[in-house]
Write a protein that binds this ligand. Structure first.
Ligand SMILES: [Zn+2]
Length: 478
C-alpha cells in the first residue's frame, strides 16, 4: 500500500492496457465536455454499430439528466430523502439538445418518452446489421445542487449519466427507462469511450477511465480519457480528495476520500473483497478500479471501474457497502441486466457475493446474517403488504410498480439475496462457485435476463430453475 500525496501527476503515468485505440465492433461515444460552474457544454460524436440484426433508421437515447428538471413528472428523490438530497433547498437540472447532425447535415430529433426522458433521432439513411453510422449531438447540461448521481454537494460534483445513452432492445422492443426515486434505472450495452473533460484546475478528478493526456491551461485543465468495453462512464470531482492506492494483480485500485477517518481500513476492505471476487469469479479485466467518497443519498453506487460511497455511511456499515459496491464490478459492470425490469439480478448477486466475502473474511457462517435479512424482509413485508403493489412478492417487475423504496429493497436486495443463498445450499459450495464463475465468464460484457440466468443454473444442477422460480414468481414463503 502506498499513500499518494495530492498529486494528480501520478495518475498521468497510468496508461491503460486498453489504450486509446478505436474498436471496430462496438459503438463508440466520443465526448468533449467543458465545465463552467454548474453548467456543462458538450459535443458528442456517436458511432453507432448496428448489432441488432434489424435495419435501423432511427436511434433512441436516454436523457437521464431530465429527471432532475423542474417540471419532471417522476421525481428523482423521494419525499423522505428530500432534506438530505437538497441541503440548500430545491434545485433543478436538465439536458438541452442543441442539435443533431450527420456530417454537416442537420438531422430531425424529438424529445419523447413518458417524462421527456428520451431523445429520438431520425437518421438520413438505413443502417443495416453490422454497419456503422456516425452522428454528432450538441448539448448543454445544468447540474443541480443535489446529492445524487448527477448533482453536486459541498464536497463533490457527481457527473454520471451526463450524456445521451443509447436505448437497448429488451424483449424485442427498444426499451425506455424511467428514472425513479429508488432503484437503478439503467440498461446499457458495453461500448467504447473517449472523453475529454475540461474543468477548473482546482478539481481532482476520479474517473472510471484512465487518463491518456492532460493539458494545463492556467485555471482550467483538460483531461482526455479512454476506455473500451464498458457499460458507461462517470466522473466524481472534488477539491478535497486524498488518494490511496494499491496494486492487485494487474489492476491499480484507488481510494479517493475526504472525510473517512480510517481510510487505510476502507482500502483494505476494497482490496480484499476485490481479490476474493477476482479469484472466485472471472478475473477482473480492467487495469483500474476506483472507489471514492461522495456527497450522495443512497449509500453507494456502482459504475464500471468506479464506485461511489456516500460520505455519511456509518462506520459499522462501511465494510458491507464497500464490499457490495465492489461486487457490482462483476454483477453490473461485467455482467449487465435490465435494472429497471430485473434489478434483483445484479442487486441480489452483489448482496450474496458480499455475504460470501464476509464469511470468508471473518470465518463465521453467513447463516446468522441470512436470518437477520429474513427478519428485515418480513418486517418490511408486514408494512407494505396492504399496499396494492405489496400484495405479491414477485421479483421480476418494473421499478415503477414498487410502492416504496422499502418494498423495493425487500424484494431486489433481501428476497433476492435469500434466493441465491438458498440456491447455494441446494448446489453445495463447489457448484455455487462453478455457477458464479461460469455466469461471470459466459456473460462477461453482455446483458443477462432472468430466463438465461435460471437456465444457466439448471445446467449446473437440475432443480435450480424450480427453486429460483419459486422466489422470483413470488411463491416461496420467507
Ligand atoms: Zn447495489
Amino acid at each position: 500500500m502506498k499513500k499518494i500525496i495530492l498529486l494528480l501527476f501520478s495518475l498521468l503515468v497510468i496508461f491503460s492496457s486498453f489504450g486509446c485505440g478505436e474498436s471496430k465492433e462496438l459503438s463508440l461515444y466520443e465526448i468533449d465536455a467543458i465545465l463552467n460552474g454548474n453548467k456543462l457544454s458538450c459535443e458528442m460524436d456517436f458511432t453507432y454499430v448496428n448489432d441488432s440484426k434489424k435495419a435501423v433508421n432511427e436511434l433512441y437515447f436516454c436523457l437521464y439528466p431530465n429527471a432532475f428538471r423542474k417540471d419532471a413528472k417522476i421525481k428523482p428523490v423521494s419525499v423522505e430523502k428530500e432534506l438530505k438530497a437538497y441541503p440548500n433547498g430545491e434545485s433543478f437540472g436538465e439536458i438541452t439538445i442543441n442539435g443533431v447532425k450527420h456530417g454537416e447535415k442537420d438531422l430531425k430529433f424529438f424529445i419523447v418518452g413518458d417524462d421527456e426522458n428520451i431523445l429520438k433521432v431520425e437518421l438520413d439513411r438505413v443502417v443495416s446489421y453490422n454497419e456503422s453510422h456516425k452522428i454528432s449531438i450538441s448539448y448543454d447540461l445544468t447540474i443541480p445542487n443535489c446529492l445524487h448521481r448527477f448533482g453536486y454537494g459541498d464536497n463533490t460534483l457527481n457527473l454520471s449519466n451526463f450524456y445521451p445513452v443509447l436505448c437497448e432492445e429488451y424483449n424485442g422492443k427498444i426499451y425506455f427507462s424511467n428514472y425513479y426515486a429508488f432503484g437503478d434505472p439503467f440498461y446499457t450495452s458495453v461500448a467504447d469511450y473517449k472523453v475529454s473533460l475540461t474543468v477548473p484546475s482546482t478539481y481532482i478528478v476520479a474517473s472510471s477511465m484512465s487518463p491518456c493526456e492532460t493539458e494545463w491551461m492556467g485555471n482550467k485543465t483538460r483531461y482526455s480519457y479512454s476506455r473500451e468495453n464498458v457499460r458507461d462512464v462517470a466522473f466524481i470531482l472534488s477539491e478535497k480528495f486524498n488518494i490511496l492506492k494499491e496494486r492487485v494483480n494487474s489492476t491499480d485500485i484507488y481510494y479517493y476520500y475526504f472525510s473517512d477517518i480510517a481510510p487505510e481500513s476502507s482500502l483494505k476492505t476494497i482490496v480484499n473483497s476485490f481479490k476474493f471476487y477476482s479469484d472466485k469469479f472471472i478475473k477482473y479485466p480492467y487495469p483500474q478500479y476506483v472507489v471514492c467518497e461522495a456527497d450522495f443519498i443512497h449509500g453507494g453506487m456502482e459504475y464500471p471501474c468506479l464506485a461511489i460511497v456516500d460520505k455519511s455511511v456509518k462506520v459499522e456499515e462501511k465494510d458491507y457497502v464497500l464490499a457490495h459496491e465492489t461486487a457490482h464490478q462483476w454483477w453490473y459492470g461485467l455482467v449487465g441486466a435490465n435494472q429497471s425490469e430485473e434489478g434483483f439480478i445484479d442487486e441480489g448477486l452483489a448482496e450474496f457475493s458480499t455475504l460470501l466475502y464476509l464469511e470468508n473474511a471473518s470465518g463465521e457462517s453467513r447463516e446468522k446474517e441470512i436470518e437477520t435479512v429474513k427478519q428485515r424482509y418480513r418486517e418490511i413485508r408486514k408494512f407494505t403488504v396492504h399496499l396494492q403493489s405489496g400484495k405479491n412478492a414477485i421479483m421480476q417487475r418494473n421499478l415503477g410498480s414498487f410502492s416504496s423504496e422499502a418494498e423495493y429493497v425487500s424484494i431486489a436486495y433481501y428476497r433476492s439475496q435469500i434466493a441465491f443463498n438458498d440456491l447455494s445450499k441446494f448446489l453445495g459450495e463447489k457448484k455455487t462457485y462453478k455457477f458464479l464463475k461460469g455466469l461471470s465468464t459466459n456473460y462477461k460484457y453482455k446483458n443477462i435476463t432472468y430466463n438465461e440466468l435460471r437456465s444457466f443454473a439448471e445446467k449446473i444442477k437440475s432443480g435450480s430453475k424450480k427453486l429460483l422460480d419459486g422466489y422470483v414468481l413470488g411463491e416461496t414463503a420467507v
